[in-house]
Design a protein around this ligand. Structure first.
Ligand code: SF4
Length: 478
C-alpha cells in the first residue's frame, strides 16, 4: 500500500519528517524515501526496507542536514520520492495508490515524442514518475494535479514538495485519508520568544500527537491544498462522492489513527461488540490475533463478559514489523516464528479468536494447529469482516494474494468445481451458498466454528455511512 508525510516549518523539520514517515512503516515493506529542500538544492535518499526498519536505514544520513521543508514515504512498490526539474521548477513528488490504466496513460503521453519514462523491474513504469509527467504537461501544479485526478483509474493521492510549499492532493474518491496538523514550538522553551510554526500533512493521523502536532484540517475527496508556514491554502475544492477504504479500520490502519472522525481502535471495539451481540457461544477465553485482531477481541470480550486473554504473544524484539514478506513460504515461516503460544493458557481451554480477516487462511490454519498441539479443547474463529471475495482494485497491497488464492474463492471452487460468474449469493449471509462456503472454509482450516462479521454491523461500527465507504473486496460492488 504505502504512506507519506510532509512538513513545512519556520524552523528545522528534518526530525519531524524522519519520525513522521517512520510512523507509516506498517503500510509498506519495500522502499523508504526522504527528500529535503536545502540551501544546496534537494537532498534525497531512497532505501530498500525489506529486511531492515526505516529508521535504521536513514538515521546516519540525517545528521548535518538542515531543512525547513521535506517529505517522506513508505512504498510497497516503486522507489520514491522522485526529484524532478521541469518547467514547473524543481520539486519532489510522492504518491499513494494504484494506477490501473498506467499503460494507457503512458501511451497517451508518448504521443509527444519528447517524452520518455524510465523502466523499473520487469519492464514496469514507476507510477510516481508517470504522475510527474502528467503534471508537467500542464501549466501549473493545480492544473497538473487535477489532470492526474481525471486521468487515473484506481486511486492516487499525491504529495509535492515545491518552491511554493507542499501541495497535497487526496485521491478523487478519497480512497485513502489525508490530514493536516499544526504545531507551535519554542526553540528554547525557558527563554520564551516567538514560537516556530510548522504544518504537517499525513496519511496516518497517529503521527500527530507524539510529534507535537494538533489536527487542524482533513482533506475531502479530490481536494487539493498548498501548505505554507502561513497555513492551509485551498487550491481545489473537495468533490462530493467519497469511497474511503473500509479495510483501513478493520485491518491496516494504525489503532491510534482517526479518519473521517472515527478512530481505528474505537471502531474495532464497536465491531467486536457487535459480533458478540450476534451470538451466544460457550468459551473460556476471548483472544485476538496480534496486532489488528486485538481491538476486535477486546470489544467482543467486553460485550460478552467472557474474559479476554493472550494465549499468544508476539516476539517483538526482532520480529517487529507488522506487514509480512511477499514470498508465501517466508511469510509462513515469519508468522510461525513471530507468534509464541503460552501453553498454560491454552491447555484444555475452549478459545475464541478474533482476527481482522481471513485472506488465504494458511496462517490461521497454522496458528490453530499450533493451539491444538498445545492441547486447546476448541478453537472458534471470528473474522472481523465478511469473507473476502474480490481482490482490491484500488490500492496496492503486497499482502493481497491473487484473487483465486482467497480462502473464500478456494471454498467456492471446491463446492462448485469451477468459479460461477455471479458471486452475489456468496456475499449474502442469509443464503445457503454463503453458509456452505463458510462451513467449507471452517473445515479446511480446522476451526471448531467459524462465523464472519456481517457487512452491516461492520459499516455501522465505522459510522460514516455505507455510501461513503469502499467495500468492493467483500461485495464486488463499485
Ligand atoms: S477493495 Fe477493499 S481493500 Fe481495496 S479500497 Fe476497497 S475496501 Fe479497501
Amino acid at each position: 500500500m504505502g504512506g507519506f508525510f510532509g512538513v513545512i516549518s519556520q524552523g528545522d523539520c528534518v526530525a519531524d519528517v524522519y519520525f513522521g514517515t517512520d510512523y507509516h512503516s506498517h503500510l509498506g515493506t519495500s522502499k523508504g524515501g526522504l527528500a529535503f529542500w536545502t540551501q544546496d538544492g534537494f537532498n534525497r535518499s531512497i532505501h530498500n526496507i525489506e529486511n531492515t526498519q526505516f529508521r535504521a536505514k536513514f538515521e546516519a544520513e540525517l545528521s548535518g542536514i538542515k531543512s525547513s521543508i521535506g517529505i517522506g514515504c513508505i512504498s510497497d512498490k516503486e522507489p520514491q520520492p522522485l526529484t524532478v526539474r521541469s518547467h514547473l521548477g524543481s520539486y519532489a513528488i510522492s504518491t499513494v495508490g494504484r494506477i490501473n490504466n498506467i499503460d494507457a496513460i503512458a501511451d497517451k503521453a508518448f504521443k509527444n515524442p519528447n517524452i520518455h519514462l524510465l523502466e523499473i523491474n520487469k519492464g514496469q513504469i514507476n507510477q510516481t514518475e508517470l504522475v510527474s509527467v502528467l503534471m508537467d504537461s500542464e501549466k501549473s501544479f493545480k492544473e497538473g494535479l487535477l489532470a492526474v485526478q481525471d486521468a487515473v483509474e484506481g486511486s492516487c493521492s499525491v504529495l509535492i514538495l515545491s518552491q511554493d510549499g507542499i501541495y497535497a492532493s487526496r485521491d478523487k474518491l478519497g480512497r485513502t485519508p489525508l490530514i493536516v496538523g499544526q504545531k507551535e514550538a519554542y526553540k528554547d522553551e525557558a527563554q520564551g520568544g516567538t514560537p516556530e510554526i510548522s504544518y504537517c500533512v499525513t496519511l496516518e493521523s497517529c503521527t500527530l500527537t507524539n510529534l507535537g502536532y494538533k489536527k487542524v484540517y482533513e482533506l475531502g475527496p479530490g481536494e487539493i491544498i498548498l501548505l505554507t508556514t502561513e497555513g492551509v491554502q485551498k487550491i481545489a475544492p473537495a468533490r462530493e462522492k467519497m469511497r474511503i477504504c473500509a479495510f483501513l479500520w478493520v485491518y491496516y490502519g494504525y489503532p491510534s489513527s482517526t479518519y473521517e472522525g472515527t478512530n481505528v481502535e474505537v471502531m474495532r471495539y464497536k465491531n467486536g461488540a457487535a459480533m458478540a451481540r450476534a451470538e451466544q457461544v460457550e468459551v473460556d477465553m476471548v483472544a485476538g490475533i496480534p496486532d489488528s485482531g486485538l481491538g476486535h477481541a477486546i470489544g467482543y470480550s467486553n460485550e460478552s463478559k467472557i474474559p479476554f486473554g493472550r494465549p499468544f504473544v508476539k516476539y517483538t524484539p526482532t520480529w517487529a514489523r507488522s506487514f509480512t514478506p511477499k514470498n508465501q513460504d517466508i511469510r509462513s515461516l515469519v508468522a510461525r516464528m513471530k507468534l509464541m503460544p503460552i501453553p498454560e493458557l491454552v491447555m484444555g481451554k475452549k478459545l475464541l479468536f478474533c482476527d481482522d480477516s481471513i485472506v488465504r487462511g494458511t496462517q490461521m490454519r497454522e496458528t490453530v494447529n499450533l493451539l491444538y498441539r498445545c492441547y486447546a479443547k476448541e478453537v472458534h474463529v471470528r473474522p472481523a469482516c465478511p469473507p473476502l471475495l474480490y481482490g482490491c482494485k484500488y490500492l496496492n497491497f503486497s499482502a493481497f494474494p491473487h484473487v483465486m488464492d482467497l480462502a473464500a474463492r478456494k471454498a467456492i471452487m471446491t463446492l462448485e468445481g469451477g468459479m460461477p460468474e455471479n458471486l452475489e449469493d456468496y456475499s449474502d449471509p442469509a443464503s445457503e451458498k454463503y453458509n456452505g462456503m463458510v462451513d467449507c472454509i471452517g473445515k479446511a482450516l480446522n476451526f471448531s466454528t467459524l462465523k464472519y462479521q456481517n457487512i452491516h454491523d461492520m459499516i455501522e461500527a465505522i459510522g460514516i455511512g455505507a455510501e461513503n465507504l469502499c467495500t468492493y473486496c467483500w461485495t464486488g460492488k463499485e
